[in-house]
Design a protein around this ligand. Sequence first.
Ligand code: NAD
Length: 245
Amino acid sequence: MGDDPASRVYVNNKKKACEYCGILSEEYALPYETTQEEVIDLIKTLNSRSDISGILCQLPVPKHIDEEAIINAIAPNKDVDAFHPVNVGKIMVGNYDFVPCTPAGVMELIKESGIDVSGKECVVVGRSNIVGKPQAMLLLHKNGTVTICHSRTKDLSKKTKNADILVAAVGIPNFIKGDMIKEGAVVIDVGINRMEDGTLCGDVEFDTAKDVAGAITPVPGGVGPMTIAMLMKNTVKAASVNKTK
Ligand code: NAD
């Protein structure tokens, strides 16, 4: 909805990934003025279509639209972003079909790098519903000892320096410096911040962090492409769960 330039890039990348995977995608680019009722009507139509496996609404939505109402309108069995409260609850209890794409991408990076989370001190900086909170849950399900830090956390450096696995999802460029990281830690940078010169940068100051970290993800690259890969995985799962055509 609307013409957010970052959303345009994300939607285009998702469409390209669908094409690459052989998944049919349909885009509904709605004008800014679209009413909440109209959006929900569209979602209801897509919910009832047997040829549609998964539905996502690219966030953020315009100010006059209630984001929660939109998320709640998507049928939980087609909610490939895993933002619906039913799916959030399933993640909490550890029995889920869909995992939010960004935290799932982080877990896949950890797994593919041969890093065992069990018993490790895991620190997640950020507590959003989309990244921080589900990230903490996924690390907990892998038996990490998890600390969630946020804007009110006192003595953040002390907490981050204790992390064997540090996930930064803050939205502030270069927020985590090298001297806030434990020697040899795994550092995963979820942040995507667009700088004035148009370049992208993460929440971790890569140049100071790379010499201290045992492993570190770059921005751009790293978590971003994994998020889209996990969206594809959720969509394939949705097709099998829903037995859609
Ligand atoms: P958000 O704004 O919803 O949440 C940011 C969190 O950071 C909040 O929970 C807040 O408590 C915490 N925070 C803010 N200031 C802080 C401080 N001084 N100290 C400690 N914590 C602080 O953001 P979000 O949606 O979780 O996104 C975070 C970042 O990740 C953004 O840069 C976003 O663009 C990026 N992101 C990337 C992907 C991806 O695919 N890689 C996906 C989603 C979000």
